[in-house]
Ligand binder design. Structure first.
Ligand code: FUL
Length: 468
């Protein structure tokens, strides 16, 4: 996103916040409390929950820009320039799977309007390129390779189209829906549809008024399980392109007078550009930078959408593949052993008559069980006796988000033989919160939940030792 659009987006966000706080101003203290309590009970849909569990997903920006060395094409490219002579969708999926990535979103059409599938609504597509003698379909090969490799598939479809003549008129909305219909009916299950908000001028100098509601209706009708991202109701843009969420990241957001589950997605490219540029082969983000992104996205209640731009051969470049492998190795090594697993947990309070929600549930390693505190008891704490003393430098907390996100403030301490010593503290937890700190050696750890929108739940606690 360019600086101007960032400003516009930031301006809109500030205006939206101002409207929200005005709406809050007219409320009494007890009305405000009720409103926050209502937020505590907003839940994800099963599709949003399944998406969050993917954690790490990928973008692939690929198209005419790959061959013109641009970031934003103008729409007047000759389709003949698109010719990825070694294109291999299976290589993409292999690299992603090795990195532990669970979903691939392909740029079916970027702002230049060039379609990676042979859309019958335009000539600006692969059907007029020499690649596979004009019979090729990148979207088909990618969706097939994803299905074969067992990862999910999604697509980015830019509403901004600098090629299409009807852009800037009502007719364009129908053109866009037609292209959506092609992508939603011919390529199997779609997990995520990514609508970019960019809205510039088209070939006739006009801007388009996007009829988003009608686009959503097409997605809901043809693929009711698909999630609509960014300019959409199901997944929220985190607000930057650095791959970094806020320290306090709520999946529950104000919508109108009420609240909605609108979880954050952090998009960032492994290289400086979104598209491939040979002169960036040596600018692949460092392992330390990617790890930092990992902790500040997945570790802050968000999904990480990492872009890996395929090169002119139609392959992920060796340097990107190598870096992803290194990243996976460190992540696997870090999260291999959870020193809290199997530990004895004792809570200062637990819900009465709810054996299913006893303290021990936070160390049992199960996705489906959780500890729940009683209503109105805060602060509340849980002490864990580790199976044996351990040195750790990373902690994981997870709420049981199928019932909502609630924790607002927490503290983690370790017993040093004489007293409790703080090693981490934070605000929101949500699906997953990761904290890093200088290594601590202990056999007793205490989690205190200081503030929460309603009674807190904890699905799991983890203590790990990262090699870096
Ligand atoms: C932005 C676009 O303008 C960039 O080119 C890129 O596709 C990014 C993910 O979204 O709005």
């Amino acid at each position: 996103m360019d600086a101007f659009r960032r400003l516009v987006v930031a301006g809109l966000c500030v205006a939206a916040l101002a409207v929200q706080s005005l709406a809050q101003e007219g409320k009494t203290v007890s009305e405000k409390k009720d409103d926050i309590r209502a937020a505590a009970w907003v839940r994800p849909t099963p599709q949003q929950m399944a998406w969050q569990e993917l954690e790490f997903i990928a973008f692939a920006h690929f198209g005419v820009n790959t061959f013109t060395d641009k970031e934003w094409g103008e729409g007047n490219e000759d389709p003949k320039i698109f010719n990825p002579t070694e294109f291999d969708a299976r290589q993409w999926v292999r690299v992603l799977k090795d990195a532990g990535i669970k979903l691939l979103i392909i740029t079916a059409k970027h702002h230049d309007g060039f379609c990676l599938w042979p859309s019958k609504y335009t000539e600006h597509s692969v059907k007029n390129s020499p690649w596979r003698e004009g019979k090729g379909d990148v979207v088909r090969e990618i969706s097939n390779a994803c299905a074969e490799g067992g990862i999910k598939f999604g697509f980015y479809l830019s509403p901004w189209d600098r090629h299409e003549k009807s852009y800037g008129t009502d007719e364009y909305n129908e053109h866009f829906r037609n292209q959506l219909r092609e992508l939603l009916t011919n390529y199997g299950p779609v997990t995520e549809v990514w609508f970019d908000g960019a809205c510039g001028e088209g070939p006739n100098g006009k801007k388009q008024v996007y009829d988003f509601d009608s686009y959503y209706a097409v997605v809901r009708e043809l693929q009711p399980d698909a999630l609509i991202a960014i300019c959409g109701p199901d997944i929220r843009w985190v607000g930057n392109e650095d791959g970094v969420a806020r320290d306090t990241e709520w999946s529950v957001q104000k919508r109108g007078d009420g609240w909605a589950w609108h979880p954050a997605e952090c998009d960032v490219s492994i290289r400086p550009g979104w598209f491939y540029h040979a002169n960036q082969d040596n600018n692949v983000k460092s392992l330390a930078h990617l790890l930092d992104i990992y902790y500040k996205s997945i570790g802050r209640n968000s999904v990480l959408l990492l872009n890996i731009p395929p090169d002119r051969r139609g392959l992920f470049h060796e340097n990107d593949a190598q870096r992803l492998k290194e990243l996976r190795q460190v992540i696997d090594e870090t999260f291999k052993v959870n020193f809290a697993r199997g530990g004895k947990a004792m809570a200062s309070a637990t819900r009465e008559n709810a054996p299913d929600h006893a303290a021990g549930m936070i160390t049992d390693g199960s996705m489906y069980t959780y500890w729940a505190a009683p209503e109105g008891v805060l602060p509340v704490s849980i002490e864990i006796e580790l199976p044996k003393a351990a040195a750790f430098n990373c902690a994981m907390l997870r709420e049981f988000v199928p019932t909502g996100q609630r924790i607002e403030k927490y503290l983690l301490e370790a017993w040093d033989g004489q007293g409790w010593k703080e090693f981490a503290r934070g605000t929101t937890v949500g699906y997953k919160k990761l904290d890093r700190f200088p290594a601590v050696t202990a056999s007793r750890v205490r989690l205190t939940i200081i503030e929460s929108r309603d009674f807190p739940t904890i699905r799991e606690i983890g203590l790990f030792k990262s090699p870096r």
